[in-house]
Design a protein around this ligand. Structure first.
Ligand code: BTN
Length: 321
């Protein structure tokens, strides 16, 4: 893979026809190896022009979140330094969890083009059409007590919030605990999965489902009223590798705030962006429904709801505004 990347980088940098001989000399690899990598690039979806006497020219890269494409946009110290890319998985969270148990380092990511058993919150399924959106899971190993972990879910929605603002020039809406909405429809959700030891978090898998290029016609019936994508809102396609790069940069930015300033700092930023205080909400939690005014988020990430003057702490559920 290392050498393949080098050939790709070289073709990109040259931006014009380069002969096999020239590539072979400049990269110190054999002509046969050059030929092998050119074929491999074509099989991976890169389009190249080949002219007798002139050589090869890179015409177009596939719209795929390949690790080496994401790398071009990364400005991180550890998040995304190792990315495992799969065409199909059951769930990127399940695979990332397994890799975390095997000892893979903090920042390792799993990305898939589609998920056969994509998981949402509260045991729901996550709709994962192939080749359109981002399905990514990131392994983090924060040194915190399990009760302090909840704010990690805010890190990812804040990272998505900033990414959308940069890409679309529009501020999305944040909905507790981890939804990101545009024009009142969900564009992104996060699912955290934890491994703990009595008093310590061993690792957490942050699974992000971010709808990018999915169109109205790709959405299954029953979801159309609730789901959207950047494409549906902005009427254009986005390069997923680029979106992913920005997202991971933002995630590392918020994660370092979490590590330096603590969970409370993250909750405060989230609360401000969500314009939560004073909002009238109805929250459904395990068969019960509560109506009241939001007082804020407490340090465990729970929402504090003022129900007729009494503060109710809600740790899980669905919010209606
Ligand atoms: C939600 O219900 O809002 C959370 C959705 C999380 C979906 C993502 S897609 C990548 C990762 N893998 C999964 O199986 N789920 C998460």
């Amino acid at each position: 893979m290392h050498r393949l990347k080098e050939v790709l980088l070289f073709l990109r940098k040259e931006g014009q026809y380069v002969s096999g001989d020239y590539i072979s000399r400049r990269l110190s690899i054999s002509r046969t190896a050059v030929w092998k990598y050119i074929n491999q690039l074509e099989r991976t979806g890169y389009s190249l022009d080949k002219l007798k006497g002139k050589g090869y020219k890179l015409l177009k890269a596939p719209e795929k979140p390949y690790p080496w494409e994401i790398e071009r946009y990364l400005d991180t110290k550890f998040i995304g330094k190792k990315i495992i890319y799969k065409e199909t998985v059951d769930s990127t969270n399940t695979l990332a969890f397994k890799l975390a148990l095997e000892g893979n380092p903090e920042g390792t990511c799993v990305i898939a083009e589609t998920q056969k058993g994509g998981k949402g919150r509260l045991n729901r399924a996550w709709f994962s059409p192939a080749g359109k959106n981002l399905y990514i899971s990131i392994i983090l190993r924060p040194a915190v007590h399990p009760t302090g972990i909840y704010s990690i879910t805010f890190l990812s929605s804040l990272a998505v919030y900033d990414t959308i603002e940069t890409l679309c020039g529009e501020k999305p809406t944040l909905k507790w605990p981890n939804d990101v909405l545009i024009q009142e429809k969900k564009v992104c959700g996060t699912l955290l999965e934890l491994s703990t030891e009595t008093d310590m978090v061993k690792f957490v898998v942050v699974g992000i489902g971010f709808n990018i290029n999915m169109q109205e016609k790709d959405i299954q019936k029953g979801l159309k009223q609730r789901a959207t994508s950047l494409n549906i809102v902005m009427k254009k396609n986005y390069e997923r590798a680029f979106v992913c790069g920005i997202l991971l940069n933002n995630l590392e930015k918020y994660y370092s705030i979490f590590k330096k300033e603590g969970a409370e700092a993250v909750c405060t930023i989230w609360e401000e962006r969500a314009k939560l205080k004073g909002k009238h909400l109805q929250i459904d939690q395990m068969g019960e429904s509560y109506k009241g005014f939001a007082e804020g988020i407490d340090r465990d990430g729970a929402i504090l709801l003022n129900v007729d003057g009494k503060i109710k702490k809600i740790i899980a559920g669905d919010v209606n505004i």
